[in-house]
Write a protein that binds this ligand. Structure first.
Ligand code: A2H
Length: 253
């Protein structure tokens, strides 16, 4: 890790009514699963959200009145970044596990899918970001591998109470053209390296090295306001767009 703090964009993924039973007492409050990303320009390609079933999460009440769902570790960091009533303190309104969040319907900014779902990813790290990850299978090999696992393994869906309509209609969306890797760079890398599942650790590391470097330096937007522009030149503008619309916040750790 670097010496300074890492800046992430926290994407606010809004939970749709009816809320799951664990969150039902929050009634008409706005609840967001907040996903830490380094790639705000990829939000056009979101197909779902990831949570880890066996991990603990908290729902915290912010001074804005909104509720954020994230790990307790992230909640503590958030409480030092001006979002809570009292600096360094956070008000836990519900304690949950990832399991409680599976199958929750959400809306997310910029994606062309009207409604997306919280699905299980088993490789989420507890000590990074918020423990909630937004899924962009077109450009992230981890996301594509986890989505394919759910698509091709019915028993895996069933184990976690995930229905077909939460998964099967969702396909990677071409949003960035990368020289030699095409417009679905994560899919290209996955196929090229013959990745078998989200647990294929070494190959996924290789796939990520391939995709991220090229994507960042040579990627061209295929959609949206910055269509035709280079990724490095649009990242900040798209982050600002999301911040201005209150669809994201900046988060450091
Ligand atoms: B990124 P870094 Cl399209 N566990 O967002 C595992 N992965 C996590 C995580 C956690 N607790 N928290 C965040 N992440 C993911 C989009 C994306 C991302 C694309 C391409 C690359 C990419 C869509 N998923 O990350 O270790 C999130 O996925 C490249 C590394 O801090 C977040 O950004 O560098 C990234 O990892 C942060 O990882």
């Amino acid at each position: 890790e670097g010496v300074g703090p890492q800046e992430y964009t926290l994407i606010k993924m809004k939970v749709l009514q009816p809320y799951p039973s664990k969150l039902s007492k929050l009634g008409n409050k706005l609840i967001y699963l907040v996903a830490a990303t380094l790639r705000p320009e990829t939000m056009y390609g979101q197909t779902n959200c990831w949570v880890r079933p066996d991990m603990k999460y908290v729902a915290i009440a912010l001074k804005s009145g909104d509720i954020f769902v994230c790990t307790e570790r992230a909640a503590r960091n958030i409480s030092y970044q001006g979002f809570t009533e009292v600096e360094g303190k956070f008000n836990v309104v519900v304690e949950l596990t990832g399991q409680d969040l599976l199958g929750v319907a959400l809306t997310a900014p910029l994606t062309s899918y009207e409604k997306i779902y919280a699905l299980p990813m088993l490789t989420i790290k507890e000590d990074k970001g918020t423990g909630v990850v937004t899924s962009v299978p077109s450009d992230s090999p981890d996301d594509y591998a986890a989505l394919v696992d759910l698509k091709k393994k019915q028993p895996f869906r069933e184990k976690y109470g995930i229905t077909d309509e939460m998964v099967l209609p969702y396909e990677p969306v071409p949003i960035i053209e990368v020289p030699e890797l095409g417009n679905l760079s994560a899919v290209t890398a996955y196929n090229k390296l013959k990745i078998q599942s989200q647990n294929d650790k070494d190959k996924l590391i290789e796939a990520k090295e391939l995709v991220y470097l090229k994507g960042f330096y040579d990627g061209i937007m295929l959609v949206g306001e910055y269509k035709g522009k280079k990724i490095q030149d649009v990242k900040k503008s798209l982050q600002k767009y999301l911040l201005d619309r209150n669809e994201a916040v900046v988060y450091y750790e």
